[in-house]
Design a protein around this ligand. Sequence first.
Ligand code: 2M8
Ligand code: MG
Ligand code: MG
Length: 258
Amino acid sequence: RLVFTDLDGSLLDHDSYDWSPAKPWLARLAAARIAVIPVTSKTRAELLSLRLELGLAKSPFIAENGAVIGLPPAWQHARLDRDPTDPHGLVIKTPGLDIGFIRTRLEVIRERLGVRFQGMGAMRLEDIMAHTGLSEPAARQARVREGSEPLIWQDDDAALERFRQALADDGLRLTRGGRFWHVMGEVHKGASVDWLIERFTSLRGSRPLTLGLGDGPNDIPMLDAVDRAVLIPGHHGQRVEVSNPMLYCATGYGPSGW
Ligand code: 2M8
Ligand code: MG
Ligand code: MG
């Protein structure tokens, strides 16, 4: 069995990033040897610290909305993976597009459409901290993007639709987290969850039973990819339409709902 979970607004509180209400359940899952796998908009740099704090260092992780997948030794495949060059012994898969390409295309699209937005790459560290409530070290880690650019939309809904179409024409996708819009290659949380389920199946010889928990629009593909889904109410005011018939709607927010 595998548990896939969003972080911000799900396992972590939307505002304080606290997860203490979920500690008893994390302990029960650890005792039952069930892997809890973070699936998040956060970066690899953020995950490398957080997974230690959360006690999830043996789990793989999915960062940047599916653009980065981290595999610890037990999830590596002798034939399919190269030796890890990563100092943490992780094998990293990057199924999306490189951040440099994404940022270049964003500038081209901004010029061509005349739309207004601010990308995280252009934000000052103090502005990231003010907008997210992250500490300075955490905001620095959030800035180390590899395959997705968070942005603050500063234009109207009609411009947003033109922007979404222009991105699609360039092989880019737009999704929405708790605070930011996120632009990445043709990846999403669900495709990377499917990838990890396949990897588990080929290593163990049987398909796992899977549970997923999330609160935001960017979690929909993940909640549709798992056997059992839990929707946690969000503070973002967005409708989250999940198709999975095995859906449970939690009543508590963030880690209390988790
Ligand atoms: C961003 O991600 C959240 C996820 O819901 C958002 O869109 O609000 C990312 O920049 C992530 O790296 C960062 O840790 C987070 C902080 O709230 O914001
Ligand atoms: Mg969330
Ligand atoms: Mg998230």
